[in-house]
Write a protein that binds this ligand. Structure first.
Ligand code: NAD
Ligand code: ZN
Ligand code: ZN
Length: 344
């Protein structure tokens, strides 16, 4: 089968022919319908050799959807042909966090060497993919896999981030989304569907700001220092209740900290390596800083239900597997509007 693999440190991912995998005991093979292109892939491929810990060759793709195609020994209660999405942050299934469905915070994963597909285990950018347990599959039902595959990360991650700050997103509240890319443009829609808050979107690209308006942002501003005053003006000098930072480099974290109101939340989702001063004399009083990772399995089910009931729409640009390296090239150059999706 064909697969997109990251093989050589510092080089672009390559389309290669590899053996079609067979499911082992307890595993499920899916025939991939769609796989999403995330900035985190770009991030891991930018790491130098001594910091790259994901193994090579790495079949990319941690946003995956497909059709159940073959069952390993002992797998029951799953019908061949079912259209499914893959819940990506795999855990042990047994610890307290996993028991709650929070496999993203599994306390055994590191010890047992359990890693997500596309970020250690073979991912979804291939014709077929092995899923370690039927527990990681969520039926898509009537949802189109190509339009919705990215909800497994670009939807689930902002959903989990927003849920943790929901109590502060009441009527009259203002929130700020920094970075209206794959995750950010879904975050704007989720905030509109889940909260009565005013949504302000910031980006460095005019196209992304236009997309933010299209998907429901009340205000859009360029992401620069002067925007702090604009957000303060909008909020009668008080500042934002919650800032969701989908970049989290030094510039955006400084910006976020400067516009948070007392007791607000600064939610750091991006993998940028910014650093914040904390303490009574730094930032707003009693502000919280959160750095959520991905989301829980029940939340993924909720995200799909919300997509059905509230029309959450991922703006997608579709690529064939042969053209997948082009999708990564465009992402690197910040030329993808919404999410790139690969259809093998
Ligand atoms: P993306 O490339 O699709 O979007 C990034 C957006 O940020 C783009 O619109 C870009 O124009 C904008 N941007 C860049 N610099 C900016 C600045 N200084 N100010 C404002 N906007 C700026 O990326 P994505 O796939 O949406 O991922 C976003 C981030 O979230 C990445 O860092 C990714 O690695 C991370 N991520 C984290 C998790 C998690 O679990 N915490 C999950 C998925 C992705
Ligand atoms: Zn991701
Ligand atoms: Zn666990």
């Amino acid at each position: 089968m064909l697969a997109l693999q990251y093989r050589t440190i510092g080089s672009a991912p390559e389309v290669v022919e590899i053996e079609t995998p067979e499911p082992g005991p307890g595993q499920v093979r899916i025939k991939v319908s769609a796989a999403g292109v995330c900035h985190s892939d770009e991030f891991i491929m930018s790491l130098p050799d001594d910091q790259y810990v994901y193994g090579r060759p790495q079949t990319l793709g941690h946003e995956g959807a497909g059709v159940v195609d073959m069952l390993g020994d002992g797998v029951e209660h799953l019908e061949l042909g079912t259209s499914v999405a893959v819940y990506g942050p795999w855990g042990c299934g047994q610890c307290y966090e996993c028991s709650k469905g929070s496999e993203n915070y599994c306390t055994n994963a590191a010890r047992y060497g359990i890693v997500p597909p596309g970020l250690g285990a073979p991912g979804a950018m291939a014709e077929y993919m092995i899923v370690d347990s039927p527990r990681h599959l969520v039926p898509l039902g009537d949802l189109d896999p190509v339009k919705n595959v990215s909800l497994t990360d670009a939807g689930l991650t902002p959903y989990h981030a927003i849920k943790g700050s929901l109590a502060k997103l009441h009527a009259g509240a203002t929130c700020v989304v920094i970075g209206v890319g794959g995750l950010g443009h879904v975050a704007v829609q989720l905030l509109r569907a889940m909260t009565p808050a005013t949504v302000v979107a910031l980006d460095i690209s005019e196209d992304k700001l236009n997309l933010a308006t299209e998907v429901g942002a009340h205000y859009t501003f360029p992401s620069e220092q002067g925007t702090v005053a604009l957000v303060r003006d909008l909020t009668h000098g008080e500042g934002a209740n919650v800032v969701f930072d989908f970049v989290a480099n030094q510039a955006t974290m400084d910006l976020g900290q400067a516009m948070i109101r007392p007791q607000g939340d600064q939610v750091l989702v991006g993998v940028g390596a910014g650093v914040l001063p904390v303490g009574l004399m730094a930032g707003a009083w009693e502000a919280s800083i959160r750095s959520p990772y991905w989301g829980t399995r029940p939340e993924l089910i909720e995200v799909f239900d919300l997509a059905r009931s509230s029309g959450i729409n991922v703006h997608t640009e579709v690529f064939s597997l042969a053209d997948a390296p082009k999708a990564y090239e465009k992402l690197k150059n910040n030329q993808i509007l919404g999410r790139a999706v690969v259809v093998p």
